[in-house]
Design a protein around this ligand. Sequence first.
Ligand code: AMP
Length: 549
Amino acid sequence: MNGLMMDCPLVISSILRRAARYFPEKAIVSRYEDESIFRSNYGQFYTRVVRLMNVLRDLGIKPGDRVATFAWNHRRHLELYFAVPCLGAVLHTVNLRLHREQLRYIFNHAQDRVIFADRALAGLLAGLKPNLPTVERYILMDERGPEPAELPTPWVDYEQLMEAASDREEFPRLDENTAAGLCYTSGTTGEPKGVLYSHRSTYLHAMSGCMVDTSAVGEREIVLPVVPMFHVNAWGLPYSSALAGATQVFPGPLVLDRPLAELLEAERVTIAVGIPLIWNRLYQYLKENKHDLSRLHTLFVGGAAAPRTLIEGFARDFGINVIQGWGMTETSPVGTVSRLKSAMVGWTETERLQVQVKQGIPVITVEARILDEAGQDLPWDGQHVGELVVQGPWIASAYYANSGADAAFTQDGWFRTGDMATMDERGYMQIADRKKDLIKRKGEWISSVDMENEALAHPGILETAVVGRPDEECDELPVLFFVTCKELAAPVEIQDIIALLGHKFARWQLPRPEDVHLVASLPKTSVGKIDKKALRLWLPCPPLEAQPS
Ligand code: AMP
């Protein structure tokens, strides 16, 4: 039909141009591993991205080629976030905590032509090199970390290439449906699966991050992503921040306790983003060490359920809002965000917390349903648990190059998340479990996520995880592992934990005393979540080496 709106492609180069044109003086702060700071701004950043595009051209990178990164969060990684897709190539961010075998699989499956790696991490690639036939060159970024014993060859220094490259500005015209980024799922079962983001999906997702009811990234904000840039584009924060003209602060590899608290304080960060484990550690640290974090108004938490105690503790002790979001590699990742609606502001604290521990309502353009095993919609009553299925413009429609079973993608256009959840009358979704983690006792479900959340209300418990163990009579029974806080006034009694759980759970749902175990630490996945697959190998009780000394 005539007279419609303009058809302007939603491409990553327009995010870059906007940042450089309207916010050239806004800062990009990057901390090296030796804790020294590098400061630049979007104006200087633009010039460097243009150069980096020419570096890539000089290396013979063509549209569609995969360019891998193997790096922590820093300004050069940000340069790659823009230069690679702006050239029409695909930015493949690789999780540096993966096992060697998975790394080998991923680099080969993606057929990466070059790898941009932190120099300190390049030692990990040296051993893999003979098994990476598609990789022509390693470009090393010096982030002032320790020198590895061995480097992969042929390698060349990033800055050396930058110095030799031209400043000629040349942006190819790209269709908005061009591939821009590639990230593999952390895959605790089977081979990792590739998820391919487009310019359009990245742009739309970045816009949604700027909305007040999503991540609320605006020009006034100073944003620090603790979530690694190798994990689902650091949840889209670098793109949202550039779009909004927000200051960006990159912490490098030091993201725990003192170095994190000092950076948050010194750079007057207003929004920080990461998994619950990071914020739990920070909370414990801040209780004993004084820092002025008065500028920090929001901790955006996702990747695993945010415990009630965390939300409560940060608000009460530091006046910091913990906002929870849910997402997956396949959903770019932000799918839902839990913010209180205006009518809830006057509710009691307990009522508000009941909403805040949920994963929230779908963000704009995303649709969600919960289905029973027959694929029928379940009622939104906060009780019925079904599989969460989602749909939207930044949700994968298939895995990259057939990397994995496509059972999750059905003909009806909904992505089956593998997460089991409830929906309440107000549209707030709450994750009960991953499908495979839900515990089934005599045909009735027990949510491990719920039980972990309750156990964390014990002041002596730092971390906890619940898994099901097979039982002949009951099918499955819950087993709870816990780690205690460092400074304990009194030992944590197993009976007290069970009594605490008794406030929320029916008697038949409670773990038996012999199924509650104190351990020294819990196994974690490559993205820092509790590794339930590894935990199940401990059953029926933890091995000697996992027990506290
Ligand atoms: P990944 O693709 O590695 O980011 O993992 C995605 C999975 O993490 C989801 O399918 C959920 O099981 C889990 N997850 C993400 N965010 C949350 C959240 N806020 N609460 C509970 N589980 C979450």
